[in-house]
Design a protein around this ligand. Structure first.
Ligand SMILES: [Zn+2]
Length: 333
């Protein structure tokens, strides 16, 4: 049995560039409209560090609209997930641009004390926005998918009440940040974990529902739509070391194609699903939750999303949320 969970990372660019109205608020409004029309819900991974800092320094007048939108998500049954880019917290705003603290880019390499500070602060901000002092999101996604090394950050999140992570994309590799999710390729559609996000632990306190990927020959990554969106996102030229690291990431014959409903064409989306449908026909009793990812800043092609939702409905594939699938995964993990 297959179910799809749509997740959208709710944020501007990771280097601080871009405006909330254009990159977050307006595209999210259109997405909500489409999902409401089909009576479906998605998970919004709200990047709280940037919102707190933008509000504190008063750098974007649309922050009020964004906070209102988050309250509307919550009220209308959309799920909120915690998304964190910790480089924002020591950020400074000078001469019209953000200078972020890249020493804190990966939450997982910071001291336990600092991780606790950051996690508590992020949850407190979300509670403040919602006006609910006891609110706790069910799910977490790390900034830039970096949930390695896992142990300390995972423990802190689990102690606070987070139960689901969706940072892993199987087959992922980023030399620059020492991310390596290739081990996860041997795992199933979901697993519990503790010390290593990519290694199942039957008594682990957290459930991993990875962003779905399929390994494809590298040339399949070169579609025009995806390249166009990547150019749009890379605002500064990469320096030599970063460019070399990026090149090393791409120098692979097989590459993990993320189930990205903003960057993939309708043909790519439907052929990705056809492959899972064929697999499911051989083994229909195994539960197959597929997590799709999108970004508000990449939301341009709403027609493809509408088509894809119709495709899922024709194929009888339900659209769900982490809150709805969590118990089902635990009871069959
Ligand atoms: Zn992000």
């Amino acid at each position: 049995m297959i179910e799809c969970i749509f997740t959208v990372d709710y944020e501007i660019y990771g280097n601080g560039k871009g405006a909330l109205r254009e990159l977050v608020y307006e595209p999210a409004e259109k997405l909500i409209e489409i999902f409401r029309k089909h009576n479906l819900r998605f998970v919004a991974f709200v990047e709280v560090a940037e919102l707190e800092m933008i509000e504190r320094k008063g750098t974007d007048a649309a922050i009020g609209l964004v906070k209102e939108q988050i309250r509307n998500f919550h009220r209308d049954g959309f799920e909120l997930g915690l998304h964190l880019h910790p480089q924002w917290y020591n950020g400074e705003y000078e001469n019209g641009r953000w200078l972020l603290d890249y020493d804190e880019y990966n939450l997982c390499i910071l001291s336990r004390e600092r991780i606790v500070q950051i996690v508590d602060r992020s949850i407190a901000y979300l509670r403040g926005v919602l006006g609910e002092s006891g609110y706790m999101p069910l799910s977490f996604r790390a900034g830039n998918w970096l949930f390695q090394p896992t142990r300390t950050a995972g423990d802190v999140l689990a102690e606070r009440g987070i139960k689901v992570d969706s940072s892993v994309f199987k087959g992922g590799l980023q030399h620059q940040h020492k991310l390596d999710y290739r081990f996860a390729l041997r795992n199933g559609y979901y697993w519990t974990f503790r010390d290593y996000v990519d290694i199942p632990d039957p008594v682990g306190p957290l459930l991993e529902l990875p962003i779905y990927t399929q390994m494809v020959p590298f040339w399949k990554m070169l579609t025009i739509k995806r390249i166009g969106l990547q150019r749009k996102g890379s605002s500064a030229a990469l320096d030599g070391k970063k460019r070399l690291n990026r090149l090393l990431d791409y120098l692979r014959l097989w590459y993990p194609l993320k189930f990205d409903f903003c960057r993939m064409t309708i043909n790519e989306l439907s052929s990705m699903l056809e492959r899972v449908i064929r697999e499911d026909q051989k083994n229909p009793s195994s539960y197959k939750p597929l997590v799709a990812i999108g970004h508000t800043k990449d939301l341009i092609d709403f027609d493809s999303i509408e088509h894809f939702l119709s495709f899922l409905s024709e194929r009888g594939i339900p659209v769900s949320t982490f809150e709805r699938v969590y118990q089902k995964c635990l009871s069959s993990a």
